[in-house]
Structures are given as C-alpha cells and as structure tokens.
Design a protein. Structure first.
Length: 491
C-alpha cells in the first residue's frame, strides 16, 4: 500500500516515506518488535514464577506455601499494571512517552538479572520490584506510541492494534517455551537469565530504531514545573518509607498482598476518573467519553479476573491435574501458558482482517466487550466435565484456551485501541493507565480468587465464576447502545 492509497489522515505526517508494515505506518514494526522481546522476557519469567515459589528447596524452589505463592503471583501481576500510574505520571510530566519506555525497558532487564543472579527471597523481592516498575512504565507508554501513529478516525487503527497485539503474543508464546525448558533441564536461575537476555535484545533493537517514531512522542505533554520537583520528590520518598514501615510491622504480608493490590487498584481508578472528570482541560465531549469508559473499565476487570488465572489456578492445575506425558517425555508445566499466545498468533490476523473488511459495519466496542466477557465465562464452564477425571488430557486445556483466546481477541486489543480513542487530549497516557488499572484489578483478583481453589471444589469454583461472568457479559450487551452514544462518535 503506497502513501497515496492511505486515507487522508494525520498518519501521513508519521509516514513520509510511504513505506508500510502490513499496510500500517512503518514505525509500527519497531514497536511490534520491542513489545515482542519485552513479552518474551515477562511471560518467560512469569511462566516459571509460581512453581519457583512453591517448589521445595530440593527442587530448586523457595518452598513457599502453594496458596500464598499463587496469591503473590496475582498480586505481582496486578502491581505491574498498578505501576502504570507511575509510568503515566513520569511520561506525561517528566520524560515523555518515548524516553519513559526506554528507561522502563532497562529496569525490566535489571529485574530479570536480579532473579537470575541473587539467590533466595532477596532476589525474588528485588527482581519482582524492578520488573514490576519497569513493566508498568512500558505498558503505560508503548500502546500510546502505537496510538500516536494514527489519527482518531483512521479505520486502520483497530487492525494496527491487532497486529501490535500479535507481537505481544509471539513473545508470550516463545518466553514460557524457552524458560520452561531451561528450568526443567537446568534450573530456575537459567530460565530467569534467558528472560534477561530477551529483554536485552529488545532494548538494543529499540535503541537503534527509536528515532523513526513520530516527533510528538519525544515531547512531554504536560511538563511539571521545576519548582514542584522537590515537592513530588518528597512525596515519593514518603510513600517509599511508608511501604517499608508497613512491611516491617507486618501490616503488609505475602498473605494479604493480593487484597491490598485490589484495594489500591480501585482507589487509583477512582482518583484518575475523578481527575479526568473534574479537570478544566477536559471539554464536554471528552467528559462524556470518560463517563462511557466506566462500564468498559468494570467489564475489563471482570474479564481479566478469570483470564489471568492462567498464571495462578491453571498453573497449579497443570502441575497437579494435567497428564503432561507425551511419548514418555513430560512437558514442562509452563508450556501450557504458551497455548493462549499460540492461538492469538493464529487467530489475530483473521480478526484483524474481519474488522478491516467490515470497517464501519463492525460491532461497536461495547458489544465487542460483551461478547468477549461471555466467551471468557464459557471457557471456565468447560472445566466442569473434567472435574472427576484423574489425569486431564492436555488437549482439553488447549480447547479451553481456544475459547478464552477468542474472548480476549474480542476485548483486549480493542480495549487498548479504545483507551487511546477516548483519551482527552491533555491526558493521553493517563487514560491508558485507566485501562491497565482495570487489568490490574482483574489480575489481583485472579490471585485473591485462587486462594479458594482446590481440586475438591472444582465444580463450585469454575461453575460460579463462569456463570457470574457470563451474566456480566449479558449486562454489557444490554447497555451497549447508551454506552455507545456516550462515546460521542467513537466506535
């Protein structure tokens, strides 16, 4: 597709050479690749994180109680998205999106190195903290950079985000395969080390190609006045000291960490929604769009409360309930987590083509959300026929993940695109943080809910969560029209 074939939008400003990437602006290739390597490292590490914590010391693990370990994984996953608030503030007020992404990628690499090189619980704490902060910063900026490649009404926008989302899942596919095999063959620390190598490759590639991005992402949207630096520096130091005191006094523990992240996610969302809805920089049309995002925020949280259990309940399920023997060889536990990205890679191009073909005739975003939530609830109901089976076939989990993946494709890449389209002009990254806060809430809930799971109560656990989630999806479909009207022309 030549530049003369492109719609007359702001995209031509970002693509002066006329060269494209699968019909999209050329800089999308750079962001696609960076996100691929970042997800390789992130999911590679997360694929073996739960079993690293609850495996015994003789197996190379830390010997943490299973329930506590799953709760920590959910809390950690939620905190990654919670840290996107910090990333948004740094991006919007200090560094700008592009430099924030670069610094965040560096922190992620250092975090994986800490997990690989520092033994025991100290390495776990340092590593997860660095990866969490870095991933939060990267998440709050990378999709914003993708959104900057398009004007608000460019019909290629959703397809572009679907391609970008495919890059995420190529990394998500390869990460658990590589680190899981390394962990099973040579130990956990080599697996964490390979995750660090993946992030280093992504950082190198980004360094060499970052100048090709739109000029706007190199600037700070809303610079913080220098006179305020000491004030915000003091606030940051105070928050850090408070966290240290709460940990040392036992107020914050591994057992209640998931619940704390749930609470912080809710508080953070309320604060940001209030900021956007009361700001004088948000006009009436933008105000309506922010209000329309509230039910979509709640729907996203419900979806990810189930979807992110692939790193908590489904990891334990794969370890204890799944028959992983293939021709006398036992498949690594973490490989089950590669099913979802594999199906994304297979199906994302199909969905992107469908949305592009339908153009303005495709379902509105609220309807897409409703269908996605219903599919996710249906995936949980598919666990029920296997409740009394001693060794569940791997193919059954694969089938469940197909349904969950279809739900993800209806909701997640569309949600990323929607956040950039509904964002007020003055707060582009802050709106993206709201989307990630929804994911934070859902992910932390996945850890909190995991504490109620056991092989003995599978019917109750999967049945109740599945039915409730399907009900929420039906409600979303019922309110799709008024929500769509409030979005003021954004589909």
């Amino acid at each position: 597709m030549n530049s003369s074939d492109a719609p007359e939008t702001g995209t031509s400003v970002h693509n002066p050479s006329g060269r494209t990437f699968f019909g999209q602006p050329r800089p999308l290739a750079n962001l696609f690749s960076v996100e691929l390597w970042e997800r390789f490292s992130f999911y590679g590490m997360q694929g073996i994180l739960a079993i690293y914590m609850y495996f015994s010391a003789t197996q190379g693990g830390l010997g943490i109680d299973e329930t506590v370990a799953l709760s920590i994984v959910g809390a950690y996953g939620g905190s990654v998205y919670l840290f996107s608030i910090l990333g948004a503030l740094v991006s919007d007020r200090l560094l700008g999106p592009e430099r924030t992404l670069f610094a965040s990628a560096l922190l992620i690499m250092l975090g994986h190195l800490s997990l690989a090189l520092i033994p025991g619980v100290p390495g776990l704490i340092v590593g997860l903290l660095l990866v969490g902060i870095g991933s939060g910063g990267l998440k709050s900026t990378s999709a914003t950079l993708v959104g900057a490649l398009y004007s608000r009404d460019d019909p290629r926008r959703d397809a572009g985000f679907s391609i970008y989302y495919m890059g995420i899942n190529i990394g998500g596919l390869l990460g658990p395969l590589v680190t899981g095999f390394a962990q099973q063959s040579w130990g956990f620390h080599l697996g964490f080390g390979l995750a660090a190598v993946g992030m280093a490759l992504g950082l190198l590639q980004y360094t060499l190609t970052r100048k090709g991005l739109p000029e706007s992402v190199h600037h700070v949207p809303d610079p913080l006045p220098r006179r305020m630096y000491p004030v915000w520096g003091g606030i940051a130091l105070g928050v850090l000291l408070l966290v240290i005191v709460l940990v040392l006094t036992g107020v914050v523990t591994a057992n209640n960490l998931a619940a704390i992240v749930v609470g912080l996610s809710v508080v953070g969302a309320v604060v940001i929604f209030a900021l956007l809805l009361t700001s004088s920089k948000v006009d009436a049309e933008e105000h309506s769009r922010v209000l329309a995002f509230i039910p979509l925020f709640l729907g996203t949280s419900a979806f990810f409360a189930l979807f992110q259990q692939q790193f908590t309940v489904i990891t334990l399920y794969s370890d204890t309930r799944l028959d992983r023997m293939i021709l006398g060889w036992e498949m690594p536990i973490s490989w089950v987590q590669s099913f979802n990205p594999f199906f994304i890679i297979t199906l994302a191009p199909v969905m992107a083509a469908v949305w592009t073909k339908l153009g303005t005739r495709q379902p509105t975003t609220p309807r897409k959300f409703g269908v996605g939530i219903i599919l996710m609830g249906s995936a949980f109901l598919l666990f029920l026929p296997m409740a009394n089976v001693v060794a569940v076939p791997v193919i059954w989990i694969a089938m469940i993940m197909v349904v969950a993946t279809l739900g993800e494709l209806w909701l997640s890449p569309v949600g990323l695109s929607l956040a950039t389209k509904l964002a007020p002009t003055a707060f582009p990254v802050m709106m993206m943080s709201l989307y990630y806060l929804a994911v934070a809430l859902g992910t932390a809930l996945s850890g909190a809910l995991a504490t109620f799971y056991s092989a003995e109560n599978e019917v109750l656990y999967f049945g109740v969560l599945g039915v409730v989630t399907i009900g929420l999806g039906l409600i979303m479909l019922a309110i799709a029209k008024p929500v769509g009207r409030a979005m003021r022309g954004v589909r």
